[in-house]
Ligand binder design. Structure first.
Ligand code: PMV
Length: 326
């Protein structure tokens, strides 16, 4: 009853910010993302009678109680479904900085869902895995399918899940993830989703996002990178306007974030198309066409305040692997 899974993080091009059902993590709108092939979580889960309680480790380190509690609740859901009675040991490892708004909870809960379901002997469809991952951490549902992904809003648990919009090979896009801070974020996204409702921009944003979704699908269909990029930036600004105007306000950006935004605007003025997207943290995802990724990466690395970059192509779906972490 030991299985290991790898799942990619994802960057939302149209973001999920605000829930219509807190417990089931049903979003107020649909969203669209790209899975990231160099931001991966690997997780091994073993259910066994030798364990007298659940254990959760980041590599060799025992995870803090608050983070463990959420993982153990997720194990309970899977145990209930599979009628498994044993406790589990879970070991997880990220290929990128955790908790700094780089969607580590998305890849984390996707990998946990796939590994734990398989270890418990369940054979679930991609849709069922996506629904289960969503209940663990909303955006994790988008880390189950491959490539470019749509989370269908739905109106109950069974109808709110993610599906592949286009496979990895559809469009040669690159996300240059620019790390300006790798420490853990101060305000988690769960708290942020709840706080969003207090922003005066919340309702107009939801209204606009409903219009952006079909526009973005149209940009995908036509492979119109300029249209796609403009929608990506619009959506990011709308979400951060809500964050900054919540009570209390949430400011995820730092000076490095602003410097990268400025550099992206400069690139466009010089004739190179690149667009920024920022999640619940200070780090910046610079979305560009594959042919420009290397030169853009070189330029971004020279900015003061930038520690490192991670170059991501669209990733394959979350899947089981044979190499265990313990
Ligand atoms: O899934 P959560 O609760 O970590 O929320 C994700 C929120 C954003 O990353 C900011 C947006 C998104 O759609 O991924």
């Amino acid at each position: 009853m030991k299985k290991t899974a790898i799942a990619p993080a994802n960057i939302a091009f149209i973001k999920y910010w605000g829930k219509k059902d807190e417990e089931l993590r049903l979003p107020e709108t649909g969203s669209i993302s790209m899975s990231l092939d160099h931001c991966l979580t690997t997780t091994t889960v073993e259910f066994d009678k030798q364990y007298s309680h659940d254990l959760f480790y980041y590599g060799l380190e025992l995870a803090p109680p608050q983070e463990s509690a959420r993982v153990f609740e997720h194990l309970d859901r899977i145990r209930d479904r599979a009628s498994v009675a044993h406790y589990a040991k879970v070991v997880t490892q990220n290929s990128f900085p955790k908790g700094s708004g780089n969607a580590s909870s998305a890849s984390g809960f996707a990998a946990l869902t796939v590994a734990a379901a398989a270890a418990a002997g369940l054979s679930l469809s991609e849709k069922e895995l996506s629904i289960l991952a969503r209940i663990g951490s909303g955006s994790a549902c988008r880390s189950i399918p491959e490539g470019f992904v749509e989370w269908i809003e739905g109106n109950d648990s069974e109808t709110s899940y993610a599906r592949c919009l286009y496979p990895c090979s559809y469009w040669d896009l690159t996300d240059v993830l620019v790390i300006v801070d790798s420490s853990c974020k101060k305000v988690g996204s769960s708290q942020g989703h709840t706080a969003s409702k207090q922003s005066i921009f919340h309702a107009p944003r939801i209204h606009e996002v409903r219009k952006l979704l079909p526009q973005m699908k149209n940009a995908f269909e036509k492979k119109d990178f300029r249209q796609l990029g403009e929608l990506i930036e619009k959506d990011t600004i709308y979400m951060h306007a809500v964050m900054m105007s919540s009570t209390p306000p949430i400011y995820y950006w730092n000076a490095g974030t602003m410097a990268v935004i400025q550099a992206v605007c400069d690139l466009r003025e010089e004739g190179t198309l690149a667009y920024f997207s920022i999640d619940a943290g200070p780090n910046v995802h610079v979305i560009c066409e594959g042919k420009n990724a290397h030169s853009i990466d070189q330029k971004l690395k020279t900015i003061s305040g930038v520690y490192s970059t991670i170059i991501n192509k669209p990733a394959e779906r979350a899947h089981i692997v044979n190499n265990h972490l313990f």
